[in-house]
Design a binder for this molecule. Structure first.
Ligand code: NA7
Length: 555
């Protein structure tokens, strides 16, 4: 695994070699929010467990994504654990949408408060996880040479943790500083007086561009696809708001699981077609300017914006109109305007001053569709007949989402079959939790669960608690998803996605950002309540769709 913490590609540092196999009940891979809570629950259930992470501290995504402007697009108090009322009361979020630094501090606080660090191994990269059929156990090996053996293995590796560099010819020739937003250095990066390039205008690019523009001598944005973005309407929380949030925690924690996305947003108005044009405009305007939510509440204005192209069109047109009204230069405005896909078909971005940034004299937009890159050399990038001299280049080029972090590990199940091989045609994962042929291996927020289409904190908690209950019910027995249940679930996941407009763009939900990746929509789009109901019913009815075997019957 490589990182870019120094601004150059370097190999991860090696840790000491262990000479023995460590035996545990459970091995957890990943010390982000999923791994931390899983460890806590397993301890309460009196199981021995270890968490392994390639970072030097807890936090997962929020450990790695330290780029300027990194911020959550779910309200802070909702993007937090609900399992501890005391934790809710003692932690205070200072902004409506927390910056990365505060979310990381929260993860660190949780690790300390629940004394989790003593069972976490940092700076270790899990290289393989192999199921030993004879002993009904997982053997997990790190790049540093340590070996762990456990009855159960839980992947808490995250959906957006395998960074993707752009497939641009000659990009390796660039000799200046290079950064990926998802592997940002831990030291301060100063762009003052520098000519900086940003490649990519997804959430990460759109969040960091205004910040970098304020620092840099000149910023050049290389945009392949124009993106829809709405104002986050972030603000510092007032004391009264903080008090109200703390008083409402018990109610809110229950409510999120009854909402489609695991997020409480201002109530939707119903189908867009029920309203006249003026009323539709008023509703969008209220959500755009923050009178009614702001941020991703925009897409919840009407029930059917993500399911009807006809209803989606006025929403897309509204944002196009906003771009035209904000950006002074008509050509730049046109280049920034998404034309050929519906709003929300790529994840809707929530920004702070993004479109205004293009009115700054030190910012240039390069529309790579009109003027593609013709040459990259040590000093910069040429597009058409213009050479952009650069001191630093920021890759905001995203992730191999959903499956990337899992496929990076050599995971082998029954008969030595590798997960990479099994998922060659796209991921199949029963309930987004378990894969047929890979007994006793659980995935938290895996492909086929609401994951990235939901508020991931409550989704993580739901999975952790489901797995914990399952392990208690198993009493050491082997569990495996059946092929039939896995197939049926994959088909259901496909059908749910087809009912939305999210299959109508080249997006990372479909793997379209990774050359050669099969086009399979990996997240469950049927909504949190129906998903959780199904999982609960499956468990209650004796784990339908799973095969449970006594240990002696396994070998
Ligand atoms: P995204 O949303 O995948 O965005 C990546 C951006 O990088 C997007 O604009 C891509 O353009 C662009 N890109 C990727 N490869 C290239 C090449 N080769 N040339 C030019 N441009 C390229 O990643 P983010 O990190 O912004 O966000 C991921 C999620 O993390 C986000 O939605 C939040 O949930 C958190 P494209 O659109 O593919 O044409």
């Amino acid at each position: 695994m490589t990182n870019m913490n120094s601004g150059k590609l370097t190999l991860h540092k090696e840790a000491g070699q262990a000479d023995s196999v460590r035996e545990l009940d459970v091995v957890i891979v990943g010390a982000g929010f999923a791994g931390l809570y899983m460890l806590h629950r397993l301890r309460l259930s009196r199981r021995t467990a270890i968490v392994i992470d390639r970072g030097s501290d807890v936090g997962g995504t929020w450990y790695w994504n330290r780029y300027p402007g990194a911020r959550c697009d779910v309200e802070s108090y909702q993007y937090s654990y609900g399992f501890s009322p005391d934790l809710d009361q003692e932690w205070t979020w200072t902004e409506r949408f927390a910056p990365q630094t505060e979310i990381l501090s929260y993860a660190q606080h949780v690790a300390d408060r629940f004394d989790l660090r003593r069972d976490i191994l940092f700076d270790r990269t899990v290289e393989s996880a192999v199921f030993d059929e004879a002993d009904d156990a997982w053997v997990v090996t790190t790049h540093q040479g340590e070996v762990f053996r456990a009855r159960y293995c839980i992947m808490a590796t995250g959906n957006l943790s395998d960074v993707k560099l752009p497939d641009i010819d000659g990009i390796g020739n660039f000799a200046g500083e290079s950064y990926h937003t998802g592997a940002w250095p831990h030291h301060a990066v100063d762009f003052a007086g520098k000519r900086v390039g940003v490649i990519g205008t997804g959430s990460s690019g759109i969040q960091c561009i205004p910040e970098v523009a304020r620092q840099a001598e000149h910023l050049t944005v290389f945009q392949r696809t124009a993106n829809y973005s709405v104002p986050a309407c972030n603000r510092v929380l007032a004391d009264e708001e903080i008090a109200a949030i703390k008083a409402d925690y018990p109610n809110m924690r229950a409510l999120v699981h009854r909402t489609r996305t695991g997020t409480i947003l201002p109530r939707s108005r119903g189908p867009l077609g029920n309203f006249d044009t003026a009323e539709v405009e008023r509703e969008f305007e209220a959500r755009w300017d923050g009178k009614k939510g702001g941020g991703s509440s925009f897409i919840a204005a009407f029930d059917d914006l993500l399911t009807s192209l006809e209803s989606n069109a006025p929403a897309a047109e509204f944002v196009r109109g906003k771009i035209a009204s904000i950006v002074n230069d008509p050509q730049v405005a046109e280049d920034l305007t998404p034309q050929d896909y519906p709003l929300g078909a790529k994840r809707l971005v929530c920004d702070t001053g993004y479109f205004d940034t293009y009115n700054r004299p030190n910012v240039t937009l390069v529309n790579l569709r009109r003027t593609p890159i013709t040459r990259v050399d040590a000093d910069g990038i040429e597009t058409g007949d213009v050479f952009h001299s650069l001191d630093a280049l920021i890759y905001a080029t995203g992730y191999d989402a959903g499956t990337g972090a899992l496929n990076r590990i050599d995971i082998r199940g029954v008969g030595g079959r590798s997960l990479r091989d099994k998922w060659r045609e796209g991921p199949k994962c029963y309930l987004g939790l378990m894969v047929a042929g890979f007994p006793n291996l659980f995935i938290i927020t895996g492909p086929g669960s609401p994951s990235v289409l939901s508020n991931v904190l409550p989704s993580i908690e739901f999975h952790v608690e489901w797995i914990d209950r399952c392990l208690s019910d198993l009493e050491g027995r082997r569990i495996e998803a059946t092929e039939a249940a896995e197939e049926d679930w994959a088909e259901h996941v496909r059908q749910c996605a087809e009912q939305t407009i999210m299959t109508k763009a080249d997006n990372w939900y479909l793997g379209a950002n990774i050359p050669g990746k099969p086009r399979v929509f990996f997240a469950y789009a049927g909504g949190v309540p129906s998903y959780e109901k199904k999982c609960n019913e499956v468990a209650r009815d004796g784990y339908q769709g799973f095969r449970i075997l006594e240990k002696e019957a396994c070998a």
